[in-house]
Design a protein around this ligand. Sequence first.
Ligand SMILES: Cc1cc2nc3c(=O)[nH]c(=O)nc-3n(C[C@H](O)[C@H](O)[C@H](O)COP(=O)(O)OP(=O)(O)OC[C@H]3O[C@@H](n4cnc5c(N)ncnc54)[C@H](O)[C@@H]3O)c2cc1C
Length: 392
Amino acid sequence: MIKLKSGKIAVVGAGLSGAVIGRELAEAGHQVEVFDTRDHIAGNCHTERDKETGVMVHVYGPHIFHTDDREVWDYVNRFERFMPYRNRVKTTSKGQVYSLPINLHTINQFFGKSLRPDEARAFIEEQSDTTIADPKTFEEQALRFIGRELYQAFFEGYTEKQWGCSPAELPASILKRLPVRFNYDDNYFFHTYQGMPENGYTVMVGRILDHPNITVHLQTRFHRDWSGDFTQTFYSGPLDGYFDYEYGRLGYRTLDFERFTYEGDYQGCAVMNYGDASVPYTRITEHKHFSPWEEHSGSVCYREYARACGPDDIPYYPIRLVEDKTQLAQYLARAAQEPFVTFVGRLGTYRYLDMDVTIREALDAARDFLSGSAARASDPKRQASSRLLEST
Ligand SMILES: Cc1cc2nc3c(=O)[nH]c(=O)nc-3n(C[C@H](O)[C@H](O)[C@H](O)COP(=O)(O)OP(=O)(O)OC[C@H]3O[C@@H](n4cnc5c(N)ncnc54)[C@H](O)[C@@H]3O)c2cc1C
């Protein structure tokens, strides 16, 4: 049983959101209590060494750090050395391996041509469906920009597996900027800074949380009624969960990982997508390729399957279809009535957030709080009381 004195800051979730906010507030002199239901820190970015092979594994799926935000890049480098890493994704379609995002090599290989950049641009324009003036759906967006053949090979089956519905039902915004390159650049991300933490994300998050003013409580589920015991609560758990699913559950996709090992190099790259609908998994991740500076004779791989998220599953990708947005509006209205709870992170705001955006928003949330803390401190309702909080 944990007994905590009130008047402190509660941070719910020891992922990147919680760790960064906790650190900022701790450095400003606040006492911070961090809670996480899991038995480890780092949330979905958690990495650990595979016991059998010694390979560093991205337990909740592949995580590549990439950003244009210089402050965020400096921030992560303060806590861990980032090793150079380029994400080069391949995809298998009908027994052939292609390079993603679609680039000049993909186009030439797929169509059996040897086009130069301008020729390829004109060729793809010919493939595209120019009758679609204002694409509304993912499918229309893809047909408009790359045409049916590339869409079917690289997006249709993959997207159906990933989202559990036809791309014709998904908004065009999911494929807002179709990444097509008319050169041989196969770097998956456009960002200025890209890298991989030398010892994994969990070591990095451990260092962020390593401050005398921070106490971390693992395997401890934070309950809404505890928030009254804290000056402020930063909540990075599920928004609907905070309100006991009063308006129903927000839609998520969850992932199942099927682990297997291999002696040697299984696929020659970190991530291999499978575009065909007939292959039940979306991709295979071979984790040792995330640490090219290490040497391992054995290899550990995860086949990744996506499905609808049930009540006992880990929520991964917010779906944000029309019905989710209606519910979301109801939860946001409720959240606005909780001035002493700040909802942050991918689950607390029900948005897909890359790690760099997560850190940026966490820094901003902490700074907003710190700049307004003098006003809050004078509010008698929130001054430290002597109430004790008990957790199970
Ligand atoms: C499959 C996948 C791949 C990704 N790949 C990349 C990538 O390559 N690059 C990139 O930049 N980003 C990637 N991301 C995004 C990245 O995972 C997020 O940016 C990051 O995890 C967000 O951190 P967070 O702290 O907001 O949430 P989380 O990491 O989910 O942390 C929230 C924590 O809160 C805890 N929690 C929830 N409710 C409670 C409660 N009531 N009490 C106590 N604890 C609670 C949870 O256990 C969890 O540990 C990927 C995401 C997914 C799903």
